[in-house]
Write a protein that binds this ligand. Structure first.
Ligand SMILES: *Cc1c(COP(=O)(O)O)cnc(C)c1O
Length: 481
């Protein structure tokens, strides 16, 4: 494709995307395709003939769009807000269009330096001190793996440069809670700690946040058992109920035993753009590493996960390999991001964040987040005031965990019957396409998470959702879209 052909096809595509985004609230939220339906629309052998952009766009509409669960839909209240702001889409296009290669500072100095600048802006915008240095990882999952590798190496005196974990006398141990994201367990296993050295520290039964006294006891028990407490992964906003582990208490316990503290604020980090929310991560300055995802609620499209550390030298010592073909005269003067994480090659991801900040503006982003917090408070109030409805955990940000508990013949529905009722009403909403909510298990019973925060979700959508929820729980058929 020549640049001139690109110009014409590109305009067509941009027009199509703009139309698609304008009209996306007309379709169902949850994809209605059956398993295999999307792939069956494609020929089983690779294309041999060249086609036009119009033909390809027509195919996207016909074969791809029906298979999209529309998380940009204003009635999407599932999982978490996965906003894809169009300003950041343009940044992503610029990144692809420039076609840079990030394997070293030399291979694209701008790629490295804009990333440094943008990570530092984001540090300032979230009120973090100058002691933090940042990079962009693909996801919080990768960031957690990097953190646990760094913790492992610190706890074992750099075992990787000798006999590795196999030669260690005191196995390193990781602490978190059963409310932590599944990526924490995955990272601990991949980093070689082993399931026997992953502790699930008890949580407060009302807030679902880590009990720091229990952490202290677990660390002491492991020390007595000849193990090496290595890392605690602190959830600042858990996946299920957005619980905040008490970071200030945890860093105090960790400091006593030189345990690495990794802060997983993947979802809730966006709230730290608001000064009034920063009390939720008090103690963060004493942590060792920290990650959050602008690609969730803030809305810089995937994959934009910020990873900050206090000790860059340690990170580089763990991650660096420095083969001869990548060495250069500027080593020592410049940042080599390949030594800050797993991959060698990196995209120019910083452009997504930069364009997002420049074109949408931080104050508009902050206003939207405040709007979402207000909407969540409003819905929580409605639910709490309604008979037979329960809010199951403190509403700290924009996620509300609910159950509808009807009374039948004077007795409250409970146990498996309650589970069946919950899955029935949420299932009827999700199947209707009118809205999407995520069913999830809390304390062994099904509940429903309402996660507010799609860019296009206004109060009127939340009001509509509340009305749909009440109808569905009463057994009425939900009108489809
Ligand atoms: C979403 C989430 C993750 C995983 O994020 P990815 O970037 O998809 O890996 C991890 N932890 C928490 C608390 C999350 O909300």
């Amino acid at each position: 494709m020549t640049p001139e052909e690109f110009r014409s096809a590109g305009h067509q595509l941009i027009d199509w995307i703009a139309d698609y985004r304008t009209d996306l609230d007309r379709g169902p939220v949850l994809a209605t395709t059956e398993p295999g339906q999307v792939s069956q629309a494609f020929p089983s052998i690779p294309p041999t003939e060249v086609r036009t952009m119009s033909e390809v766009i027509a195919d996207v509409e016909r074969s791809v769009v029906p298979g999209l669960t529309q998380v940009q839909h204003p009635m999407h209240f599932g999982w978490f807000p996965s906003n894809a702001s169009l300003a950041s889409v343009l940044g992503d296009m610029a990144s692809s269009g420039l076609g840079g290669l990030g394997i070293s500072w030399e291979s694209c100095p701008a790629l490295t330096e804009v990333e440094e600048v943008v990570c530092d802006w984001m540090r300032q915008l979230t009120g973090l001190s100058e002691h933090w240095s940042g990079t962009i990882q693909d996801t919080a999952s990768t960031a957690c793996l990097v953190a646990l590798l760094s913790a492992r190496e610190r706890a074992t005196g750099h075992s990787q440069s000798a006999g590795g974990l196999a030669a260690v006398d005191h196995p390193p141990v990781v602490y978190t809670t059963d409310q932590a994201h599944s990526s924490v367990r995955k990272a601990a296993l991949l980093a070689g700690y082993g399931a026997d050295n992953l502790r699930s520290v008890p949580v407060d039964p009302d807030t679902y946040a880590m009990d720091p006294a229990a952490l202290q006891r677990a660390i002491e028990a492991d020390l007595a058992d000849n193990r090496q407490p290595a890392a605690v992964v602190v959830s600042i906003g858990t996946t299920g109920v957005t619980a905040f582990d008490p970071l200030a208490d945890i860093v105090a316990v960790a400091a006593e035993h030189a345990v690495w503290v990794h802060v997983d604020a993947a979802m809730a980090g966006t709230a730290m753009l608001l000064p009034e929310c920063r009390h939720l991560w008090t103690g963060v300055e004493q942590a060792d590493s920290l990650t959050w995802n602008p690609h969730k609620w803030m809305g810089t499209i995937l994959d934009t996960s910020l990873y900050y550390v206090r000790d860059v030298e340690h990170l580089v010592r763990v991650m660096s390999t420095n083969p001869s073909y990548l060495r250069s005269d500027s080593d020592g003067e410049v940042t080599q991001y390949r030594d800050w994480g797993l991959p060698l090659g990196r995209r120019f991801r910083a452009l997504k964040l930069w364009f997002h900040l420049e074109l949408d503006g931080i104050e508009a982003i902050r206003e939207r987040i405040r709007r979402d917090l207000e909407n969540a408070r409003w819905l929580a109030e409605q639910i709490e005031a309604a008979p037979e409805w329960r809010v199951l955990a403190p509403v700290r940000l924009q996620t509300i965990c609910v159950r509808h508990v009807p009374r039948l013949a004077g007795a409250e529905l409970a146990g498996e019957e309650l589970d069946r009722h919950t899955l029935a009403w949420v299932g009827s909403i999700n199947r209707s396409g009118a809205a999407y909510l995520t069913p999830s298990i809390l304390d062994g019973r099904w509940m429903v998470r309402v996660s507010i925060g799609v860019e296009g979700t206004e109060r009127s959508h939340v009001e509509e959702l509340w009305s749909i929820m009440r109808s569905a729980a009463a057994g009425d058929v939900v009108g489809s879209r």
